[in-house]
Design a protein around this ligand. Structure first.
Ligand code: HT7
Ligand code: ZN
Length: 861
């Protein structure tokens, strides 16, 4: 397969001013008639017109109304000798009912849906399918009226009517120019929840959420989130909705989370449907964030879009940053930041250290779908956050204003964005641009020394990039503060240091005694930071640091050291040792929950994940690591049983369920307590979990109880069997809850998890064509460090089978599964041999999809 390079970008030879599309949707196929008003691009060198297409059956091609001569390959249609401006009409037949890739126009249970980002539009009609070709669209849909009563497209409805044979039609017009990836149509039998929003300038926007029949009672939260997002964007960034109609359509078959098509967002049901008995607090919060994310794209992505797909982080990093800020304002800023960093360390840091490492703006790709990654999204958001840290919130807002003033209606590059920020703030971002172009997570080693005579504290920093040893030094903002030995913040010590060189030092004067430095507060840069903290210093920061992130971070550092030491001991056949000080610090944390907030304490008591810890090991021993982490959990449970039981009782909520930050925090901490009590492996704890499972009036508590029971590895655990069976019996008709049931089994610690997962692939609950089911059961198993990386290679072999089973049917999802192998080279030789064999078996498969081939080739490389 061909590699595409950023350096080869050239402007399109032709532009398309207007697109008229007619969809004749029938059971045996859809006929798409496309009429394009085209002209030569004045800034491009004249060339053959090459249109993109995939799985299209061409019926006719005409230029200015006359049949045209053209050359067709499976993926291109070329025409020569064209006038400067002309109308190109093509008629194609497509088969959405057989489109299992869920890209282009495809069938799902309740009708027809589209997904065009990144390159799905070419699966609908011949087109110049690239984001810098922006056009106005008029779209007409024809379909059977009884089966598909709802006909939607981007923009505004302009006309509709009935046709012969019980069919009907509707025409939509989008007043905004857009790239083809933002195109969408829907034809289905759907219920709708309607509302409206009055913008700051007084325009009325009609809002609608379309869902499968009988799910309207699960829509109000998403509608609420939409209205909150619209208001927030006006208040924080002065950005108003430009549309008359803003529609969200939920579909159960969807490769990713949601899609920001102009005025017609299409969402995975997972990010729309919620009711307290079927969705957890985390689900509610995710819905807020994803609804906001897609809405925010209307400005950062749609009004100003990407010049080419290498610039993907231009819209995604910025929009993730915006949805993070919205989520922090709406819920809990402290824990939002902690969770963002937890997620970054679990997914992006390993990616940046593995075979798929790439800068937030990649220099090349084989398949663009492989670059919708944690790096482009989450590290991209961290890069935007660093810009805000460097120029301040007001400077950042001024930069955003300048960005829209310069580029509204254009397809631009990351340089354009940063140039607007520089112009508005006067800050020099030349060195900062390296964050866009270099892969890998920088390592920053810091050390401190105190000159008592001079009252001077010196902080020394060295930065390196193990993934790219030739990488030039980054501009790294490091937020710091100093504390005295009693944990008091030293007045005036809070500042943002700018690291710019490989080695650098900073002096802080007028100090009476050696301070305790708190470095990288609020996680001010996406780096690994090493500092030889003593356990006492970390305990002090955990108890006293006023920056919640760094207080949490101190606890994570303490726990990581203990777990990694314990893993080494276990591997050497010894018992782990736990200092009394750790349980004592945890006890103090529990005692301060009223002041510090339950949500914070819940996060602080959650140990670093196995994946994050594995990154810190030279050679990963998943069994020892798993045993060590669980042993520390058990140690805390034994030491703090009384506290956990007491808090569990005290945190019960008597008022009606609401997914508020306050209630969610209490539930989170209460369920952390339950989780620790379950580590005791007692019948009393299991009965408590079963009681919570049975009595819960909300999914958060029911699911937390189920998850803890699902881990029980006793010969006989009636509570476990009872809860799993009851959960499925109750929720088998709620697809998203069934996903939870699958996930809780595939993430289980139990040694028989692979056998369970295999058995579940044959269960009626599983559907090998549905991405949500595949992610719930198969990808979650791939993230189960100890079970996926079983020493006998059985996890790898199973995953290879699933990938080969799926690669042709849905390459995007298969390719995401292939990413489960990313870190295979960090394991011992035996595991590596098994993983290599599995990867080679995949790679050697004839006609392997481009998506999977790219991932597997890089992995083996
Ligand atoms: N911009 C959207 C990306 C997306 C996507 C990409 C490839 C394949 C399927 C997809 N579905 C959605 C989502 C977002 O970031 O808002
Ligand atoms: Zn996005």
């Amino acid at each position: 397969p061909q590699t595409v390079y950023l350096k080869d970008y050239t402007p399109p030879a032709y532009l398309i001013d207007h697109v008229e599309l007619d969809f004749d949707i029938r059971a045996d196929g859809t006929t798409v008639t496309s009429t394009l008003a085209m002209r030569r691009n004045p800034v491009a060198t004249p060339a053959t017109l090459v249109l993109d297409g995939e799985e299209l059956h061409t019926l006719s091609v005409a230029v200015d109304g006359k049949p045209a001569t053209y050359t067709e390959t499976p993926t291109s249609l070329s025409l020569n000798d064209l006038p400067a401006a002309f109308t190109l009409q093509t008629v194609v037949r497509i088969q959405p009912d057989h489109n299992t890739r869920l890209s282009g126009l495809y069938r799902s249970t309740d009708g027809y849906f589209t997904q065009c980002e990144a390159q799905g539009f070419r699966r609908i009609t011949w087109f110049i399918d690239r984001p810098d070709v922006m056009s106005r669209y008029t779209v007409t849909l024809h379909a059977d009226q009884a089966t598909y009563p709802v006909l939607l497209a981007n923009g505004n409805p302009v006309a509709a009517g009935a046709e012969a044979d019980g069919r009907h039609w509707a025409t939509w017009e989008d007043p905004f120019k857009k790239p083809a990836y933002l195109f969408a149509v829907v034809a289905g039998k759907l219920d709708v929840l309607r509302d409206s929003f009055r913008t700051a300038s007084g325009r009325e926007v009609q809002l609608a959420i379309y869902v499968e029949p009988d799910k309207l009672d699960q829509c109000p939260h998403a509608m609420d989130a939409l209205k909150k997002s619209m208001k927030w964007d006006e208040e924080r960034f002065g950005l108003e909705c430009d549309l008359d109609h803003y529609m969200i359509v939920a579909v159960g078959d969807f490769n990713m989370g949601a899609m920001e098509n102009k005025g017609l967002n299409i969402f995975n049901t997972k990010y729309v449907l919620a009711r307290s008995d079927v969705a957890t607090d985390v689900d509610f919060e995710n819905i807020d964030r994803v609804v906001a994310h897609e809405y925010f794209h209307n400005w950062t992505g749609n009004r100003v879009t990407c010049r080419d797909w290498f610039q993907l982080s231009l819209k995604e990093g910025l929009t993730v940053f915006r949805d993070q800020e919205f989520g922090a304002d709406l819920h809990n800023r402290q824990t939002a930041r902690i969770r963002e960093v937890r997620g970054l360390r679990a997914a992006q840091f390993p990616e940046d250290a593995g075979p798929m490492a790439h800068p937030i703006r990649p220099a090349s790709f084989v398949e663009i779908n492989n670059f919708y990654t944690a790096t482009v999204y989450e590290k991209g958001a961290e890069v935007i956050r660093m810009i805000q840290t460097l120029i301040g919130r007001d400077g950042f807002r001024a930069g955003m204003d300048e960005y829209f003033r310069r580029h509204d209606g254009q397809a631009v590059t990351c340089e354009d964005f940063v140039a607007a920020m520089a112009a508005a703030s006067g800050f020099d971002f030349a060195q900062f641009m390296r964050w866009y172009n270099q892969p890998g997570t920088p390592h920053v080693a810091a050390s401190g020394s105190f000159d008592a005579a001079a009252g001077r504290y010196t902080l020394r920093f060295t930065q390196s990039n193990p993934r790219a040893s030739d990488a030039a030094p980054y501009l790294i903002p490091v937020r710091v503060a100093l504390f005295d030995g009693e944990g008091h913040l030293l007045a005036g010590s809070e500042q943002t240091l700018q690291l710019t060189a490989t080695e650098q030092e900073f002096h802080i004067d007028n100090l009476a005694a050696e301070p305790v430095p708190s470095l990288l507060r609020d996680f001010s840069a996406p780096v690994y930071l090493d500092f030889a903290y003593t356990p006492e210093q970390l305990t002090l920061l955990l108890a006293h640091e006023s920056d919640p992130f760094n207080a949490w971070e101190a606890g994570q550092r303490l726990a990581s050291t203990l777990i990694l030491d314990a893993a080494r001991a276990i591997a050497a056949g010894q018992s782990p040792q736990w200092p009394d000080s750790f349980a004592a610090a945890a006890r103090r944390l529990l005692q301060t929950q009223a002041q510090r907030g339950a949500a914070f304490v819940a996060e602080a008591l959650t140990l670093p994940g196995e994946g994050t810890l594995a990154e810190m090991m030279e050679v990963v021993d998943p069994d020892a690591l798993h045993a060590a982490r669980n042993a520390l959990r058990r140690h805390l449970a034994e030491e703090l049983e009384g506290e956990f039981s007491g808090l569990y009782a005290a945190l019960a909520i008597s008022e009606a369920y609401a997914p508020t930050a306050a209630q969610a925090g209490r539930r989170a901490l209460r369920n952390v307590c339950l989780g620790y009590l379950m580590e005791l492996d007692t019948d009393a704890a299991r009965r408590l979990a079963l009681q919570q499972f049975e009595k819960a009036d909300n999914m958060t508590d029911q699911f937390a109880a189920l998850a803890s029971l699902a881990n029980v590895n006793a010969e006989l655990c009636p509570q476990r069997e009872q809860a799993l069976a009851a959960f499925y019996a109750t929720w088998q008709d709620e697809a998203l809850v069934v996903d939870k049931w699958l996930a809780v089994q595939s993430t289980s610690r139990r040694p028989d998890t692979l056998a369970t997962v295999k058995a579940l692939t044959a269960h009626p609950a599983f559907d090998a064509g549905n991405p949500n089911k595949i992610y719930a059961l198969i990808r979650n198993f791939g993230a189960n460090l100890v079970r996926f990386n079983a020493a006998d290679g059985s996890g790898y072999a199973f995953m290879a089978d699933r990938i080969l089973d799926l690669h042709d049917r849905n390459p995007q999802v298969a390719s995401r599964l292939a990413r489960c192998f990313d870190r295979w080279k960090k394991f011992d030789d035996t595991r590596q041999d098994h993983a290599r064999a599995a990867l080679q078996r995949i790679r050697n498969h004839p006609d392997l999809s481009r998506d999977v081939l790219e991932v597997v080739t890089r992995s083996l490389g």
